[in-house]
Every structure is written in structure tokens, then in C-alpha cells.
Design a protein around this ligand. Structure first.
Ligand code: ZN
Length: 674
């Protein structure tokens, strides 16, 4: 599973900025269509040993070696189209200011970002805005040697196939077709199923293999393509001597190199198992690898490399190839460990009734990582958190790794800085300033407290049904965890623990929380609709309850300035008091299983949207140029060679442009032809 940043830029991230990162780092790389491309910094790379850096280098080669796999999985003409477009792009000698060329360049960039001709998120086919005549003309200028011809294919045949695939909106319109009223296999343009294979045939095929009583079922279909040959259904397995063999051979080579410099035996063991799996395609071995991987937590360096997430398959079976190479973010991991190891203090001092407190509470410490290389389906668009393995029985019996990609989150935050959001929505310069300085760290800390302590705190009274709050259970649980975090952000304990350095830092998060809960999160709601999603309900519940209960003392107000609405916090100390009150009440509701009171809170504060304010928020957002989707290019890893040509260390470079990186990858990691 992966956690993805809200695709419409959430205000909660648009605001943040860091007091701890390099403010001169240039995060912005490219902007086209609905996309912004960023770069991310890799902090703490210097603290690693040369051997760890070399391991990361080898794993990164293994990551990039799989690039062609995802392109081919996403559509059977993608690799040919990429080659053709890139040759037009690099050889173009005409007028680069012409409308056709500009449109062509935009399309090229979209195709790179989608790892194929479909949008990475909507999975709709891109619409080229250059003319077919321009395309034909450009192709005619290329010699045969620059055309991605299949063996025996003529120039004319190639063009007659690719032209409608690129230009005709009715050909391969959607990569992942999900309307269950139709055959989702036949109607999906991805290449996970062969020509003429139907949904029913796939389902019958796997149903005949599955044993519903197997307590340890393999992930059927995870690493294969289903095809029809002479009317018979068969599986083409992705492995060394099977489908994608040439790419997998390269991946295996680099994994083996990484194994030779691994940090410990447990890493060597899981890399060995992963190689065995790639050699054979045996999914039993993949499960064995996943268990070894989930249980290895000592090393700094870690990675994912394989057919993992199945969002690209309308039937949710086949894994899209992806890779993440990463290492532990020491500073932040230390922070979550400090918080978790003080869990009892936080429990004992919380404002909830002592009957609802745990005598013995165990905090959950989260691992925070820095990405060093993103690849396959995780590139350029990536998740900000990963929770693997996916197989439920492995998670239950052996646990899972849940990680946050801190430097990616940081890059999103930093790049949002200066997008006009603060100027539009934050009431005054001093508030903007404290948010500039402290929102990044207090946001992180809010998440830490929420995850490590909030959900773990409190207990039910004996005999209370854990599901007593029914449909409101998740929103109230999220509120409880958020309130726990908010309550402790101003606490001196955090300064004592060395986690914060300014007693006013919490004001950044308090302001953002109220602004987001009362106004800016409405940007993700369609006009006229209620709030449905549990986290959003929780945020409005808290913010609206505080607004209401602080009315008498004017703790927080909505004020008008030049016809625009702003959140104004008059008394931060009293606001903390209200947070404590609501935390105590929601804990009581949960501990006693008081369904009625929980439902009353949700109905009064969490669901309904103020229509006028909603419209105002949408209008104000529309004036900002905030790209709906963002992704990343990677740093370039440069091996440092010793006297005998051996790699003795690795350095990072960040200067590449988006087209430079894409063309370099196409050239250096070409594994599946063209
Ligand atoms: Zn939560």
C-alpha cells in the first residue's frame, strides 16, 4: 500500500516551509500541462559510509534497470512511441517557437511523466495538440535506422499502427478501465493482458488455481501477463528466462553487486531470496523474500524492487514494476523514537479522565527515510509513504514496514512555498512569518504525535464494544489522535526533550489547523456536496467546535477584510484549553461507547458545508496557479573511481533538467529493445 499526497494540492501542505532545510536548494525543475516536476534533496547522504553509498548506487542501478518494464506494462506501443518521439525531439531542426513544436514538446513531457501515452493518475490517453501533418513530416525526416521498427516491420507499417494510437481518441482511450458494467480487461489499454483475453477468462483461470482454505496464499497473477494462444489461456511469467527477461537480467546483476556490499547478513539473505525469485518467477519465493525483508530493520539502507502495487490492473492482481532506494533519516527517526519512549508521560499528563487512561502505554515508533532513487511506477510521480508487504497473511504473522519519505514530503512543502497561498489565505504578516519558520517542523511533529501516541492512547471501559461508534468511529478516532497531538504541541515537554526550540512554534500548526479545518480543505469538495472523508470530517469537527465554544471569549473568529474571510486567532492559550476539553469529551465517548453523543458531534460540526464560504474558497483558489499533480526527477549518482577503476565512493549531483534526465535514462537503461 502506498499513501499518496492528495492530488489536488491540499492546503495543509501548500503552507508549509522548513526551518531546517537548505533554503537555497532549487526544487523547481519544469512545468507543463497539469504537471509540475520538482527535484528532491537527499539529506544525510554524507553521514553514510562509502560502503553504504556504494550499496545505494548499486541498488539505484537495479532500480533504473527496470524502467522499460513499466513502460511496456502500461501499454504495448509505449516503448516504440517513446523512441520515435525522442528521436524527433532530439533531432528537431525546425522552428522551436512554432505552435506545433511547442505542442509536441508538451506531449513529449507528458508521455515521459506518464511512463507512456496515458495520464499517470486519471489513466486517460493524452491528447496531442500538434497536427498529424507535423508528426508525419517529422517522421519522414528520420532515417530508417532512427525508427523503432520491429523485426521485419516496414516504415509504413509502423506509422499506420502508431498514428491512430497517438491521435485517434477512440483507440486505447483508457489505461485502467474500471466501469464494472463492461469487461474491464478488454477495455483497458494496459499491456497486462494479451489480445482477445476477456475478464471472465482471467477470473476463471485464477479461480481454478486458488484454494480458498490456504492460510498462506501466494499473490496470484502478481508477476504475469495472461495471453491467449490457439484459443487457450496461459500465463507469461515475468522472470529471467521469461517475459521482461533482458531487463530482469540487468536488475539481478545490480542486486548481486549490492549484496556484495550489504550492511548485514539479514540484508544479504533477503537480496539472495529476491534474486532467486527474479530468476524463477516463483511467487512462493517472493513471499519468503517479503518476510525476510519485513523483518530486517537493523540496516540504514533499504529498498523495494519488484512487481508490487496492483492499482494499474483493473482486476487488482498484477503488480506494476517499481523501485524505491532509501536509507534511514537519522534525525527524524530519533525524534519519533524519543516521542515513543516517553509515551507513558504523555498518557499520564493528558486531560482525559483517569478512568480512560492506560496504566501501561506503548508508543509506536515510526521509521522515517530519505529517498535516494525513485523508479518504475514510483517515478516521476511518487508516494510519500509506503506500507509493505501487501499480502495480508504476511502482515498478520510477520508485520510490515511502514515508512515516511521525509525528503519527498519536504520537497513538496518547500516547492509550495511562494505559490501565493499564504498571501491569499493567511491573515497577517506575523502569522505568515511564524508559519514560514515553524510550520514544517510542527506539521511533522503533529503527524508523529498523532501516529506514535494519539492512536495508541486511552482505553475502553470493560465490556464496551470497540465498534460502538459505528459509522462515526473512524472520524472520531482521527479526531482523538489529532486532538492528542494538538494538545501537546505547546507543551514544554517537547522543548525539554529537545524536539522544539521555541515555545511559540505551535502557533504555526494551530493557525494552519483552524484555517484548513474551517476553510481551505473545502477546496477538495465539489460545490453542493457534504464532507464525507473521515480525516476531513475530523478536521472540520475540531475547528468548528473550537470556533463555536470559543465564541463567548472570542478565542477564534472568522473576520472579513476587503470582502474576504480570514481566520483570526485571538487567544492561543485558551484555544489549547478548548482542545483539551474536546479531547477529554471524545475520549469519554470512545471509552464509554456513547454512540449518541458521538453522532451528535459529527452531525453538528463535521458534515455540512457553509455554501457561501465554500464558494469563496474555491474562487480564491482559482486565482492561484497551483499545479494539480507533481512528481520528481532523481539526483544523478556519480561513482568515484579508485586507481584500478573500482568504485570507492559515490557523490550526488542535482543539476539535470527534466528532458536531460529522461533522455539519459532512455539511453543508459534501454533493456527491452528500441
Ligand atoms: Zn490517524
Amino acid at each position: 500500500m502506498k499513501s499518496i499526497l492528495a492530488t489536488m494540492l491540499a492546503s495543509s501542505i501548500a503552507l508549509t516551509a522548513s526551518a531546517v532545510v537548505d533554503k537555497n536548494f532549487d526544487y523547481h525543475v519544469d512545468r507543463f500541462a497539469d504537471i509540475e516536476v520538482l527535484r528532491y534533496e537527499v539529506p544525510e547522504f554524507d553521514r553514510l559510509t562509502p560502503q553504504q553509498r556504494i550499496m545505494i548506487y548499486y541498488l539505484s542501478q537495479a532500480a533504473q534497470a527496470g524502467r522499460d518494464i513499466i513502460w511496456d506494462q502500461n501499454g504495448k506501443y509505449n516503448l516504440q512511441i517513446r523512441k520515435l518521439l525522442e528521436n524527433i525531439y532530439t533531432g528537431f531542426a525546425g522552428n522551436k517557437n512554432s505552435k506545433d513544436y511547442k505542442a509536441f514538446e508538451k506531449y513529449m513531457k507528458q508521455v515521459w511523466f506518464g511512463n507512456g501515452i496515458h495520464h499517470h493518475y486519471s489513466t486517460d490517453k493524452f491528447t496531442p495538440e500538434f497536427s498529424e501533418a507535423f508528426f508525419t513530416e517529422q517522421v519522414a525526416l528520420l532515417p530508417d535506422s532512427a525508427l523503432p521498427l520491429q523485426p521485419g516491420q516496414t516504415r509504413e507499417e509502423l506509422i499506420s499502427i502508431l498514428t491512430p494510437v497517438i491521435f485517434d481518441p477512440t483507440v486505447m482511450p483508457k489505461r485502467v478501465f474500471q466501469d464494472g458494467a463492461y469487461d474491464v480487461v478488454v477495455n483497458s489499454a494496459s499491456n497486462l493482458y494479451g489480445e482477445g483475453v476477456t475478464q471472465k477468462e482471467v477470473e476463471d483461470f485464477y479461480n481454478s488455481l486458488k484454494n480458498p482454505n490456504d492460510p498462506e496464499p501466494i499473490s496470484y497473477g502478481l508477476n504475469s501477463r495472461i495471453v491467449k494462444e490457439d484459443g487457450k489461456i496461459k500465463e507469461e511469467v515475468y522472470h529471467l528466462n521469461g517475459l521482461y527477461g533482458p531487463a530482469i537480467a540487468k536488475i539481478i546483476y545490480w542486486l548481486d553487486m549490492a549484496k556484495s556490499v550489504a550492511e548485514n547478513d539479514a540484508q544479504k539473505a533477503y537480496i539472495t531470496k529476491l534474486i532467486d525469485y527474479y530468476v524463477t518467477g516463483d511467487l512462493k519465493l517472493f513471499d519468503e523474500y517479503s518476510i525476510l525483508w519485513a523483518e530486517e530493520t537493523d540496516g540504514d539502507v533499504d529498498f523495494v524492487n519488484g512487481f508490487i502495487e496492483s492499482y494499474g490492473d483493473p482486476l487488482g492482481m498484477t503488480g506494476s514494476w517499481e523501485s524505491y532506494v532509501n536509507f534511514k533519516n537519522q534525525a527524524s527517526t530519533k525524534r519519533t523514537e524519543t516521542i515513543a519512549s516517553n509515551a507513558q508521560w504523555f498518557e499520564d499528563n493528558s486531560p482525559m479522565d483517569s478512568r480512560f487512561k492506560k496504566d501501561k502505554v506503548k508508543g509506536v515508533s515510526a521509521k522515517v527515510i530519505n529517498a535516494a532513487m525513485l523508479a518504475g511506477d514510483a517515478f516521476p510521480s511518487t508516494a510519500i509513504g509506503i506500507n509493505l508487504p501487501n499480502a495480508n497473511w504476511i502482515r498478520a504473522a510477520h508485520g510490515s514496514k511502514s515508512v515516511t519519505l521525509e525528503n519527498i514530503t519536504e520537497a513538496y512543502d518547500m516547492a509550495s512555498h511562494g505559490n501565493g497561498f499564504n498571501e491569499e489565505f493567511v491573515i497577517d504578516a506575523p502569522t505568515s512569518k511564524i508559519m514560514d519558520d515553524y510550520l514544517y517542523i510542527t506539521d511533522m511533529l503533529h503527524t508523529d504525535l498523532h501516529e506514535c501516541l494519539g492512536h495508541a492512547s486511552g482505553q475502553l471501559l470493560p465490556g464496551v464494544d470497540p465498534d460502538a461508534l459505528k459509522e462515526n468511529g473512524s472520524a472520531l478516532e482521527e479526531a482523538r489522535a489529532d486532538l492528542f497531538a494538538l494538545y501537546y504541541l505547546p507543551d514544554n515537554k517537547l522543548i525539554e526533550l529537545g524536539i522544539l526550540d521555541n515555545p511559540d512554534a505551535y502557533k504555526a500548526e494551530y493557525y494552519k489547523y483552524m484555517l484548513n479545518g474551517l476553510m481551505t480543505q473545502l477546496n477538495r469538495i465539489e460545490p453542493g456536496k457534504d464532507i464525507e472523508e473521515a480525516h476531513m470530517r475530523n478536521r472540520q469537527l475540531i475547528a468548528a467546535w473550537i470556533l463555536d465554544h470559543g465564541k463567548k471569549d472570542k478565542v477564534v473568529e472568522l473576520v472579513k477584510k476587503n470582502g474576504k474571510t480570514y481566520v483570526k486567532i485571538n487567544d492561543y492559550k485558551k484555544m489549547r484549553g478548548l482542545i483539551g476539553e474536546l479531547l477529554a469529551e471524545i475520549q469519554r465517548i470512545k471509552s464509554e461507547g456513547d454512540y449518541e453523543a458521538g453522532a451528535a458531534l459529527i452531525n453538528k460540526y463535521a458534515v455540512k458545508v457553509n455554501q457561501n464560504l465554500h464558494k469563496e474558497v474555491l474562487d480564491r483558489f482559482a486565482t492561484l496557479d497551483i499545479p494539480p499533480y507533481r512528481g520528481f526527477i532523481n539526483p544523478v549518482m556519480i561513482p568515484v573511481l579508485g586507481d584500478n577503476g573500482e568504485i570507492v565512493d559515490v557523490t550526488l549531483q542535482y543539476g539535470e533538467t527534466y528532458p536531460e534526465q529522461m533522455l539519459r535514462l532512455s539511453n543508459d537503461f534501454k533493456t527491452l529493445g528500441y
